[in-house]
Design a protein around this ligand. Structure first.
Ligand code: 13P
Length: 281
Protein backbone atom coordinates (compact mmCIF):
# COMPACT_ATOMS: atom_id res chain seq x y z
CA UNK A 1 0.00 0.00 0.00
CA UNK A 2 1.18 3.44 -0.82
CA UNK A 3 -0.42 5.93 1.57
CA UNK A 4 -0.68 9.18 -0.34
CA UNK A 5 -2.39 12.49 0.36
CA UNK A 6 -5.93 13.12 -0.81
CA UNK A 7 -4.59 16.08 -2.82
CA UNK A 8 -2.17 13.88 -4.78
CA UNK A 9 -4.91 11.35 -5.56
CA UNK A 10 -7.43 14.01 -6.59
CA UNK A 11 -4.90 15.93 -8.72
CA UNK A 12 -4.14 12.71 -10.54
CA UNK A 13 -7.87 12.03 -10.96
CA UNK A 14 -8.22 15.54 -12.38
CA UNK A 15 -5.65 14.75 -15.07
CA UNK A 16 -7.53 11.55 -15.92
CA UNK A 17 -10.95 13.29 -15.67
CA UNK A 18 -11.91 10.49 -13.30
CA UNK A 19 -13.32 10.29 -9.78
CA UNK A 20 -12.04 8.50 -6.69
CA UNK A 21 -14.47 6.56 -4.52
CA UNK A 22 -14.11 7.39 -0.83
CA UNK A 23 -15.54 4.57 1.25
CA UNK A 24 -16.20 4.57 4.99
CA UNK A 25 -14.51 1.75 6.90
CA UNK A 26 -15.95 0.26 10.08
CA UNK A 27 -13.66 -2.57 11.23
CA UNK A 28 -10.86 -4.86 10.03
CA UNK A 29 -13.12 -6.78 7.65
CA UNK A 30 -14.33 -3.63 5.92
CA UNK A 31 -10.77 -2.25 5.64
CA UNK A 32 -9.73 -5.52 3.98
CA UNK A 33 -12.74 -5.47 1.65
CA UNK A 34 -12.18 -1.89 0.49
CA UNK A 35 -8.45 -2.37 -0.03
CA UNK A 36 -9.00 -5.62 -1.92
CA UNK A 37 -11.58 -3.84 -4.10
CA UNK A 38 -9.01 -1.18 -5.06
CA UNK A 39 -6.51 -3.89 -5.82
CA UNK A 40 -8.99 -5.80 -8.05
CA UNK A 41 -10.08 -2.58 -9.82
CA UNK A 42 -6.43 -1.50 -10.12
CA UNK A 43 -7.44 2.02 -9.15
CA UNK A 44 -6.93 4.10 -6.00
CA UNK A 45 -9.55 4.38 -3.29
CA UNK A 46 -9.84 6.69 -0.28
CA UNK A 47 -10.42 5.00 3.08
CA UNK A 48 -12.39 7.26 5.35
CA UNK A 49 -13.75 7.21 8.86
CA UNK A 50 -15.73 9.78 10.85
CA UNK A 51 -15.18 10.63 14.55
CA UNK A 52 -18.56 9.08 15.41
CA UNK A 53 -17.46 5.78 13.83
CA UNK A 54 -14.26 5.72 15.89
CA UNK A 55 -16.32 6.40 18.98
CA UNK A 56 -18.70 3.48 18.42
CA UNK A 57 -15.78 1.18 17.54
CA UNK A 58 -14.04 2.31 20.74
CA UNK A 59 -10.74 2.85 19.02
CA UNK A 60 -8.43 5.84 18.72
CA UNK A 61 -7.05 7.70 15.73
CA UNK A 62 -3.65 6.12 16.31
CA UNK A 63 -5.11 2.62 16.54
CA UNK A 64 -7.04 2.89 13.26
CA UNK A 65 -3.98 4.36 11.54
CA UNK A 66 -1.88 1.38 12.68
CA UNK A 67 -4.53 -1.16 11.65
CA UNK A 68 -4.73 0.38 8.16
CA UNK A 69 -0.92 0.46 7.89
CA UNK A 70 -0.60 -3.21 8.90
CA UNK A 71 -3.45 -4.55 6.73
CA UNK A 72 -2.30 -2.38 3.84
CA UNK A 73 0.98 -4.29 3.58
CA UNK A 74 -0.90 -7.08 1.75
CA UNK A 75 -2.17 -4.84 -1.05
CA UNK A 76 -0.45 -3.16 -3.95
CA UNK A 77 -2.70 -0.10 -3.98
CA UNK A 78 -2.58 3.66 -3.68
CA UNK A 79 -4.84 5.11 -1.02
CA UNK A 80 -5.35 7.92 1.48
CA UNK A 81 -6.58 7.71 5.05
CA UNK A 82 -9.15 10.46 5.43
CA UNK A 83 -11.06 11.83 8.41
CA UNK A 84 -14.69 12.26 7.35
CA UNK A 85 -17.01 14.93 8.87
CA UNK A 86 -15.01 16.32 11.77
CA UNK A 87 -17.01 19.13 13.32
CA UNK A 88 -14.28 20.05 15.79
CA UNK A 89 -10.82 21.39 15.01
CA UNK A 90 -9.34 19.18 17.77
CA UNK A 91 -10.56 16.06 15.97
CA UNK A 92 -8.70 17.14 12.83
CA UNK A 93 -5.56 17.76 14.87
CA UNK A 94 -5.79 14.33 16.52
CA UNK A 95 -6.17 12.64 13.13
CA UNK A 96 -3.28 14.60 11.59
CA UNK A 97 -1.03 13.78 14.57
CA UNK A 98 -1.96 10.10 14.24
CA UNK A 99 -0.85 9.93 10.58
CA UNK A 100 -4.07 10.49 8.60
CA UNK A 101 -3.20 11.93 5.18
CA UNK A 102 -6.30 14.11 4.88
CA UNK A 103 -9.10 15.53 6.99
CA UNK A 104 -12.52 17.04 6.38
CA UNK A 105 -13.41 19.96 8.57
CA UNK A 106 -17.21 20.15 8.49
CA UNK A 107 -18.36 23.66 9.34
CA UNK A 108 -21.62 23.29 7.45
CA UNK A 109 -23.79 23.78 10.53
CA UNK A 110 -22.10 26.97 11.78
CA UNK A 111 -22.00 30.49 10.30
CA UNK A 112 -20.08 31.14 7.10
CA UNK A 113 -17.60 33.35 8.95
CA UNK A 114 -16.88 30.69 11.57
CA UNK A 115 -16.69 28.01 8.90
CA UNK A 116 -14.06 30.08 7.02
CA UNK A 117 -12.11 30.86 10.15
CA UNK A 118 -12.06 27.28 11.43
CA UNK A 119 -11.34 25.77 8.01
CA UNK A 120 -8.36 28.16 7.67
CA UNK A 121 -7.05 27.11 11.09
CA UNK A 122 -7.22 23.44 10.12
CA UNK A 123 -5.48 24.20 6.82
CA UNK A 124 -2.58 25.99 8.51
CA UNK A 125 -2.04 23.06 10.93
CA UNK A 126 -2.42 20.47 8.16
CA UNK A 127 -0.27 22.17 5.50
CA UNK A 128 2.77 22.31 7.81
CA UNK A 129 2.47 18.55 8.16
CA UNK A 130 1.83 17.66 4.52
CA UNK A 131 -1.84 16.76 5.08
CA UNK A 132 -4.72 17.72 2.74
CA UNK A 133 -7.96 19.39 3.82
CA UNK A 134 -11.56 19.14 2.58
CA UNK A 135 -14.21 21.59 3.78
CA UNK A 136 -17.90 22.03 3.07
CA UNK A 137 -19.77 25.08 1.83
CA UNK A 138 -23.57 24.92 2.01
CA UNK A 139 -24.86 21.86 3.82
CA UNK A 140 -25.38 18.26 2.75
CA UNK A 141 -28.44 17.16 4.70
CA UNK A 142 -29.08 13.76 6.19
CA UNK A 143 -32.03 11.61 5.27
CA UNK A 144 -34.12 13.72 7.63
CA UNK A 145 -35.01 16.37 5.13
CA UNK A 146 -35.02 15.69 1.47
CA UNK A 147 -37.89 17.80 0.25
CA UNK A 148 -36.74 19.71 -2.79
CA UNK A 149 -37.25 23.13 -1.24
CA UNK A 150 -35.49 22.13 1.96
CA UNK A 151 -32.44 20.97 0.02
CA UNK A 152 -32.45 24.10 -2.18
CA UNK A 153 -32.00 26.29 0.89
CA UNK A 154 -28.85 24.39 1.83
CA UNK A 155 -27.17 24.36 -1.56
CA UNK A 156 -23.67 25.71 -2.16
CA UNK A 157 -23.65 29.26 -3.47
CA UNK A 158 -21.32 29.30 -6.51
CA UNK A 159 -20.49 32.96 -5.96
CA UNK A 160 -19.15 32.21 -2.50
CA UNK A 161 -17.20 29.14 -3.60
CA UNK A 162 -14.29 31.08 -5.16
CA UNK A 163 -13.69 33.33 -2.17
CA UNK A 164 -14.15 30.45 0.30
CA UNK A 165 -11.44 28.44 -1.44
CA UNK A 166 -9.09 31.42 -1.74
CA UNK A 167 -9.53 32.57 1.85
CA UNK A 168 -9.17 29.14 3.43
CA UNK A 169 -6.58 27.46 1.16
CA UNK A 170 -8.44 24.12 1.25
CA UNK A 171 -7.55 21.35 -1.20
CA UNK A 172 -11.05 20.09 -2.00
CA UNK A 173 -14.58 21.40 -1.53
CA UNK A 174 -17.65 19.36 -0.58
CA UNK A 175 -20.69 20.70 -2.39
CA UNK A 176 -24.40 20.62 -1.74
CA UNK A 177 -26.24 20.32 -5.05
CA UNK A 178 -29.27 18.21 -4.14
CA UNK A 179 -27.28 15.34 -2.64
CA UNK A 180 -28.06 13.98 0.85
CA UNK A 181 -26.63 11.35 3.19
CA UNK A 182 -28.30 7.97 3.61
CA UNK A 183 -31.13 6.47 1.59
CA UNK A 184 -33.00 8.95 -0.60
CA UNK A 185 -36.74 9.01 -0.20
CA UNK A 186 -37.06 10.14 -3.82
CA UNK A 187 -34.64 9.84 -6.70
CA UNK A 188 -32.19 12.70 -6.13
CA UNK A 189 -32.22 15.58 -8.59
CA UNK A 190 -28.72 17.00 -8.77
CA UNK A 191 -28.40 20.63 -9.84
CA UNK A 192 -25.76 20.22 -12.54
CA UNK A 193 -25.96 23.86 -13.63
CA UNK A 194 -24.96 24.88 -10.10
CA UNK A 195 -22.17 22.30 -10.07
CA UNK A 196 -20.78 23.73 -13.31
CA UNK A 197 -20.78 27.23 -11.83
CA UNK A 198 -19.18 26.09 -8.56
CA UNK A 199 -16.46 24.32 -10.55
CA UNK A 200 -15.68 27.49 -12.52
CA UNK A 201 -15.37 29.52 -9.33
CA UNK A 202 -13.68 27.04 -6.99
CA UNK A 203 -11.02 25.72 -9.38
CA UNK A 204 -10.12 22.85 -7.04
CA UNK A 205 -11.32 19.21 -6.94
CA UNK A 206 -14.95 18.96 -5.77
CA UNK A 207 -16.43 16.33 -3.47
CA UNK A 208 -19.88 14.73 -3.71
CA UNK A 209 -21.17 13.38 -0.40
CA UNK A 210 -24.18 11.07 -0.18
CA UNK A 211 -23.16 8.75 -3.04
CA UNK A 212 -25.69 6.11 -1.93
CA UNK A 213 -28.67 6.04 -4.27
CA UNK A 214 -27.35 8.52 -6.84
CA UNK A 215 -27.88 6.86 -10.24
CA UNK A 216 -24.68 5.82 -12.06
CA UNK A 217 -25.40 8.18 -14.97
CA UNK A 218 -25.55 11.14 -12.57
CA UNK A 219 -22.28 10.13 -10.90
CA UNK A 220 -20.66 10.02 -14.36
CA UNK A 221 -22.08 13.42 -15.27
CA UNK A 222 -20.95 14.93 -11.96
CA UNK A 223 -17.42 13.65 -12.60
CA UNK A 224 -17.49 15.33 -16.03
CA UNK A 225 -18.38 18.58 -14.26
CA UNK A 226 -15.53 18.54 -11.73
CA UNK A 227 -16.45 16.08 -8.97
CA UNK A 228 -13.27 14.13 -8.13
CA UNK A 229 -14.13 12.44 -4.81
CA UNK A 230 -17.41 10.59 -4.33
CA UNK A 231 -18.35 9.45 -0.82
CA UNK A 232 -20.13 6.13 -0.35
CA UNK A 233 -21.14 4.75 3.02
CA UNK A 234 -24.72 3.51 3.52
CA UNK A 235 -24.99 1.45 0.35
CA UNK A 236 -21.68 -0.35 0.79
CA UNK A 237 -22.04 -0.75 4.56
CA UNK A 238 -25.46 -2.34 4.06
CA UNK A 239 -23.88 -5.04 1.87
CA UNK A 240 -21.64 -6.09 4.75
CA UNK A 241 -24.45 -6.19 7.31
CA UNK A 242 -26.90 -7.91 4.95
CA UNK A 243 -24.27 -10.53 4.10
CA UNK A 244 -23.78 -11.11 7.80
CA UNK A 245 -27.52 -11.45 8.48
CA UNK A 246 -28.11 -13.82 5.55
CA UNK A 247 -25.22 -16.05 6.62
CA UNK A 248 -26.60 -16.21 10.15
CA UNK A 249 -30.06 -17.16 8.89
CA UNK A 250 -28.59 -19.93 6.74
CA UNK A 251 -26.47 -21.43 9.45
CA UNK A 252 -27.10 -20.60 13.05
CA UNK A 253 -23.93 -22.27 14.24
CA UNK A 254 -20.72 -20.48 13.44
CA UNK A 255 -22.03 -16.95 13.84
CA UNK A 256 -19.02 -14.72 13.60
CA UNK A 257 -16.93 -16.60 11.07
CA UNK A 258 -19.72 -17.13 8.55
CA UNK A 259 -20.89 -13.55 8.93
CA UNK A 260 -17.42 -12.07 8.54
CA UNK A 261 -16.81 -14.09 5.39
CA UNK A 262 -20.19 -13.41 3.74
CA UNK A 263 -20.23 -9.76 4.75
CA UNK A 264 -16.76 -9.16 3.41
CA UNK A 265 -17.53 -10.86 0.09
CA UNK A 266 -20.66 -8.80 -0.50
CA UNK A 267 -19.01 -5.55 0.47
CA UNK A 268 -16.04 -6.32 -1.77
CA UNK A 269 -18.34 -6.78 -4.77
CA UNK A 270 -20.16 -3.48 -4.21
CA UNK A 271 -16.93 -1.57 -3.55
CA UNK A 272 -15.40 -2.84 -6.81
CA UNK A 273 -18.54 -1.65 -8.64
CA UNK A 274 -18.28 1.85 -7.16
CA UNK A 275 -14.52 2.23 -7.69
CA UNK A 276 -14.94 1.21 -11.34
CA UNK A 277 -17.90 3.55 -11.79
CA UNK A 278 -15.80 6.48 -10.56
CA UNK A 279 -12.77 5.32 -12.55
CA UNK A 280 -14.93 5.69 -15.65
CA UNK A 281 -14.01 2.51 -17.57
P1 13P B 1 -23.96 7.88 1.94
O1 13P B 1 -24.04 7.16 3.24
O2 13P B 1 -25.24 8.51 1.54
O3 13P B 1 -23.37 7.02 0.86
O4 13P B 1 -22.96 9.13 2.14
C1 13P B 1 -21.65 8.90 2.58
C2 13P B 1 -20.95 10.18 2.86
O5 13P B 1 -21.20 11.19 2.25
C3 13P B 1 -19.91 10.13 3.89
O6 13P B 1 -19.35 11.37 4.12
Amino acid sequence: MKLNTMKALLDDAEKKKAGIAAINISNMETINAVMEAASVAEFPVILQIAPIQLKVQRISYREIFKIVAILGKKFNIETALHLDHAEKIEECIKAIDAGFTSVMYDGSSISLEENMENSSKVVSYAKDRGVSVEAELGRVAGAEGQEENFLKGLMTDPKLAGSFVKETGIDSLAVSIGNAHGHYKYEPKLDFQRLEEINKEAKIPLVLHGGTGIPDKDIRKAIKLGIRKINFFTEIDREFVQGFIDAYRENENIYMMNGQDAGQNRMLKKAIEKIKLCRGY
